[in-house]
Design a binder for this molecule. Structure first.
Ligand SMILES: [Zn+2]
Length: 116
């Protein structure tokens, strides 16, 4: 249950950002999953919604998940792209530059105005 750990990390990261900035509410959390991270986005979305259910900071928070294709490159210089796992130039295995990451790209919060 790799997804529950990820959902919890997203929740904890967003919550920490909100608390640090004295925010009233987390509006949106944008994340990027590499296709090869083998994460089921719908499951993360569901688990996240269950975790934040009782937290007023997360009332109506949008969780945006983008899945990005892997980026591969071969040291021989013949291949770089997103869809080959064997280099057409040398038959070697390209290195993965990205594809397994789970990244929080943006957290949008509603910060209370201290002067009011
Ligand atoms: Zn090659």
């Amino acid at each position: 249950m790799h997804e529950s750990g990820i959902a919890y990390d997203l929740y904890a990261t967003a919550r920490r950002a909100a608390v640090e900035h004295g925010a009233d509410r987390v509006i949106r959390v944008s994340v990027e999953f590499g296709e090869l991270a083998m994460v089921n986005p719908e499951q993360v979305r569901f688990l996240f919604s269950v975790m934040v259910e009782e937290d007023p900071l997360f009332a109506g928070t949008l969780l945006e998940i983008e899945t990005v294709p892997p980026v591969m490159t071969c040291d021989c210089g013949h291949y770089s792209g997103t869809d080959r796992y064997v280099c057409p130039g040398c038959g070697g295995l390209p290195r993965m530059l990205q594809g397994r990451e789970v990244l929080v790209r943006n957290i949008e919060i509603d910060v209370r105005d201290g002067d009011e």
